[in-house]
Design a protein around this ligand. Structure first.
Ligand code: MN
Length: 365
């Protein structure tokens, strides 16, 4: 596994952040238990076990207990959030790790052999949060054991797509390690970056960490005479998704709540973006709608990115004699003038939407 990010703030979930931090702990505990129940021989944590190097005593105690319960050997390498800098949580003495835990906390000590499993683990701990150096530079098969794997927290270089990333890992480098497997970390979505005969996999973050993002998965590795075989296992409990709902042609809120509620799931954090050209008479209060529908979800956010369609300004809603009516008509004129300037157009449409909401006394931000 990689990228557990214990105690990550999950600020984008607002008051749901605390519940999500607890979920990450539950999922970590469940994954440790799974390792025991399904008789795994070894657990690798390829960086970002912690969301930062500032780890509370209670979190440290909790992790130590979970690892101790796991009983099998656990190898941990520092990532970027919990890199091996001077204040690193992995520096000697900061945490009293259980005896089954092996840390890569010495840049000069990059290999560890577990003779009972006939395996060697290689890792170069990241010593800063950013670097242009590869975390697998210089790692080569040593030949002392039957199996050899590495842990590396960095970015897979994808020629033509991802080139100037931090802690870059070139496909050619993966290949030339000659290892059986590289347990990657840093990217939060499952990804296969194998090269040549060397398998290299991002397991994804333990729980999803952003709307529409990947994660909630770990990699299960089997080493056999046929080589390395990797299987994706789902461990995450929460879904984090985005939905776009067009309000074009809608004249009243009508079906919108039902449409959003059709997605309801107590384990879903959902961000809904309302899109399309909406009728001027359509009155949507995203904040009120959020409050009304939130109980069906773990977390719900509704953003209004719809743009007002100005062909008919309903006089009953925006009387010409009132400030709001004058404002809408003035903005309609400006929007008409900006028709061929997409940048000002979208700015003016946003201003109209926000201005109308403010003049109607609705919550704007
Ligand atoms: Mn990470």
């Amino acid at each position: 596994m990689a990228d557990v990010h214990l105690d990550a703030p999950y600020r984008f979930l607002g008051t749901g952040g605390e519940a999500q931090r607890q979920q990450v702990r539950n999922t970590f505990q469940r994954t440790c238990r799974l390792a025991v129940e399904d008789k795994y021989d070894l657990m690798l944590i390829s960086g970002d076990l912690f969301d930062s190097n500032i780890v509370s005593e209670s979190t440290a105690d909790w992790v130590v207990s979970r690892l101790k319960d796991t009983a099998i050997p656990v190898c941990i390498c520092p990532g970027t959030h919990d890199c091996l800098d001077s204040r690193s949580v992995y520096r000697d003495g900061r945490i009293k790790w259980p005896s089954n835990t092996r840390l890569f906390n010495d840049p000069d000590q990059q290999t560890l052999s577990l003779p009972e499993l006939d395996i060697t683990i290689h890792a170069r701990p990241n010593t800063s949060t950013r670097s242009s150096e590869s975390p697998i530079r210089g790692i080569r098969r040593a030949g002392a054991t039957r199996w050899e794997v590495a842990m590396a927290h960095g970015s897979a270089v994808i020629p033509g797509k991802v080139e100037n990333a931090d802690f870059p890992i070139e496909p050619e480098e993966v290949k030339s390690t000659g290892l059986d497997y590289i347990a990657l970390g840093h990217w939060h979505t499952w990804g296969d970056y194998s090269a040549g005969a060397v398998k290299a996999i991002y397991p994804g973050s333990l729980e999803k960490m952003e709307f529409g993002g990947g994660g909630g998965t770990v990699a299960s590795l089997t080493l056999s005479p046929e080589g390395a075989a990797v299987e994706k296992r789902e461990v995450g409990a929460r879904r984090m998704e985005e939905a776009a709902i067009s309000v074009a042609g809608m004249r009243e809120v009508g079906d919108l709540p039902r449409e959003i509620l059709s997605l309801a799931d107590p384990n879903l954090a959902l961000r809904v973006t309302l899109t399309g050209l909406s009728d001027m008479s359509l009155q949507i209060d995203p904040a009120a709608l959020e409050t009304e529908l939130a109980p069906g979800f773990f977390f719900l956010q509704i953003l209004d990115s719809s743009h007002p369609l100005l062909k008919d300004i309903p006089d009953e809603l925006f009387p010409e004699r009132l400030v709001i009516g004058k404002y809408v008509r003035l903005m309609a004129e400006r929007i008409e003038q900006a028709r061929h300037d997409p940048e000002s157009l979208s700015l003016l449409e946003d201003a109209l939407r926000v201005g109308v909401a403010a003049l109607q006394g609705r919550k704007v931000f």
